[in-house]
Unconditional design. Structure first.
Lengths: 114, 114
């Protein structure tokens, strides 16, 4: 069964600290993996996208890694800011259909305290 | 910022009412999607469309219906709302090309059925 599991479920850190969020998946065949940021009451916004051949991708203070062999990804946030408080969702796409089926994790709820 | 819009943002209605959630995008995307998301849970695909006059049911069974008469417009209708329909509904769209399966999300409609 194709699944995406994220950990931790929630995380609280102090402003300025770094943190790392984890994503494990069993989706096959694999096309790409995205990290989305979803602010409360808003739709998800794409942060990074990685294909099979890419093992790291940065977007400002966000750095995503991918290990396609172990089917694991991480999202590292550097020097956190209050505006980083949001849910971070790992999304994996398969290449088994024309639609490009997306599999969503439940997200990690990050709270940054001042 | 993606050019995809949803109205209303919030809706509180009584049981048995007919409602239509609006979704419009100005990016000329062929593919559009409706997701349902409960708090702390993953997004579930309930409807999608490949283009005008194309609609398909998603993975999660839903009593809602959709239509796609124009490329930019993908409304979702509930003929008789029930408390079990209380949820957040997210609309998304995707285009063609290298990032064909990158989905851009609207802000969502939070529906509460009393």
């Amino acid at each position: 069964k194709n699944q995406v599991e994220q950990s931790p479920q929630s995380l609280i850190i102090l402003e300025g600290k770094n943190c790392t969020l984890q994503c494990n998946y069993t989706v096959s065949p694999f096309s790409n993996l995205r990290w989305y940021k979803q602010d409360t009451g808003r739709g998800p916004v794409s942060l990074t996208i990685m294909t099979f051949s890419e093992n790291t991708k940065s977007n400002g203070r966000y750095t995503a890694t991918l290990d396609a062999d172990t089917k694991q990804s991480s999202l590292h946030i550097t020097a956190s800011q209050l505006s980083d408080s949001a849910s971070y969702i790992c999304v994996v796409s398969d290449r088994g259909s024309t639609l490009g089926r997306l599999y969503f994790g439940r997200g990690t709820q990050l709270t940054v305290w001042p | 910022e993606a050019d995809i819009y949803q109205t209303p943002r919030y809706l509180v209605i009584g049981t048995g009412k007919k409602i239509t959630l609006e979704c419009s995008q100005t990016m000329g995307h062929d593919k559009m999607y409706w997701y349902q998301q409960d708090p702390g849970m993953e997004l579930h695909l309930i409807h999608y469309s490949y283009g005008v006059n194309s609609t398909e049911k998603g993975d999660l069974s839903s009593e809602s219906t959709v239509s796609r008469i124009r490329t930019e417009h993908f409304p979702l209708t509930l003929e008789s709302a029930r408390p079990s329909h209380t949820s957040q509904y997210l609309c998304a769209s995707s285009g063609t090309g290298v990032r064909a399966d990158t989905q851009y999300f609207g802000p969502g409609t939070r529906l509460t059925v009393l």
